[in-house]
Design a protein around this ligand. Structure first.
Ligand code: NAP
Length: 295
């Protein structure tokens, strides 16, 4: 049976470290602050924004949640971001995605000052990440890398197979793990819907990271004995026995893969808490840099 990688436990360790650093910054008169913008009524986005707000409270980070209806115009949103960019009491700005179809996510993200882009989605931060320069790394890939490092799973020299090439998970993660840096230096294969024979690739993986957004993408036959599996997916499955009427599952058939893997992250309680912890870390970093006058 696989070792279960407990994202809640690791995030709790990070919580303690960050809380201490936030306290130290406060004694210097700096209160880290994150502004979270939510446009529309997407139910999953409401849950995610609530979690970020709660995490800020727990980590000692001030938060401003700014909620608008789906009729909020792009002009108004860009104006709001401009105001937050020039507000020195706000160190991080996050726009919850997806935005309603009437708004351009790319124009909105580009309006955020790169030094306040704690989600790491601005093209400047993406470019710096690809160039191996210091930047705000996107929170989910950063959380996965941190999870592997803290679990003492050696990444260097390993064959890492990533399923999914989105701009927020798979692609930046591939870039990060392939770099010649500590906690990286892996041989990376990036799979997507254009990949011929997905299971050929997944069976080669010493570390398999799955972010396809589809339950059951990885079955027991698709992994080799002793691999490490990180399940990023979050899928709602209708379940009338559950109080909410649904339950959350990942992209991996947990019961089957657990029997073969050396270690596996569960859903929920795996990558999710790590993503939030990295958002808090980026916000702390932003506050520290901005208060020191470093961009
Ligand atoms: P996305 O934008 O929909 O991207 C999915 C990627 O998976 C695409 O690159 C797609 O390929 C690929 N894919 C889909 N089905 C595949 C298959 N059968 N074989 C091979 N590749 C396949 O999703 P995302 O935003 O990256 O998110 C992925 C999952 O992670 C979602 O369930 C999301 O909710 C979850 N997530 C969790 C967290 C967290 O903190 N826990 C954070 C972010 C995302 P193409 O490019 O060819 O279409």
């Amino acid at each position: 049976m696989a070792k279960i990688i407990d994202g809640n436990r690791i995030a709790q360790q990070i919580h303690q470290e960050i809380e201490e650093q936030v306290r130290a910054l406060r004694t210097q008169g700096v209160q880290p602050c994150l502004a979270v913008i939510l446009v529309g009524e997407d139910p999953a986005s409401l849950v995610y924004v609530g979690r970020k707000q709660k995490a800020c409270e727990q980590f000692g980070i001030a938060s401003r949640t700014l909620r608008y209806g789906a009729d909020f115009s792009e002009h108004e949103l860009l104006q709001l971001i401009g105001e937050l960019n020039s507000d020195s009491s706000v160190h991080g700005i996050l726009v919850q995605l997806p935005l309603p179809h009437s708004l351009s996510s790319s124009r909105v993200i580009q309006a955020i000052a790169p030094e306040k882009d704690v989600d790491g989605f601005h093209p400047v931060n993406r470019g710096k990440l690809a160039a191996g320069e210091e930047c705000y790394a996107p929170c989910t890939p950063a959380g996965i890398q941190e999870m592997l490092i803290r679990e003492k799973i050696d990444i260097a020299g390993k064959h890492v197979v990533i399923v999914g090439r989105s701009g927020i998970v798979g692609m930046p993660l591939a870039v990060m793990l392939a770099q010649k840096k500590p906690g990286a230096n892996a041989t990376v294969t990036l799979c997507h819907t254009g990949t011929r024979d997905l299971s050929y690739h997944t069976r080669q993986a010493e570390i398999l990271i799955v972010a396809s957004g589809r339950a059951g993408t990885i079955t027991g036959e698709m992994v080799q004995e002793g691999c490490v599996v990180i399940d990023v997916g979050v899928n709602r499955i209708v379940d009338s026995t559950h109080p909410k009427g649904y339950r959350l599952v990942g992209d991996v058939d947990f019961a089957a893969v657990e029997k073969k893997a050396a270690a596996i992250s569960p859903v929920p309680g795996g990558v999710g808490p790590m993503t939030i912890a990295m958002l808090m870390k980026n916000t702390l970093q932003a506050a520290r840099k901005q208060s020191a006058g470093v961009s």
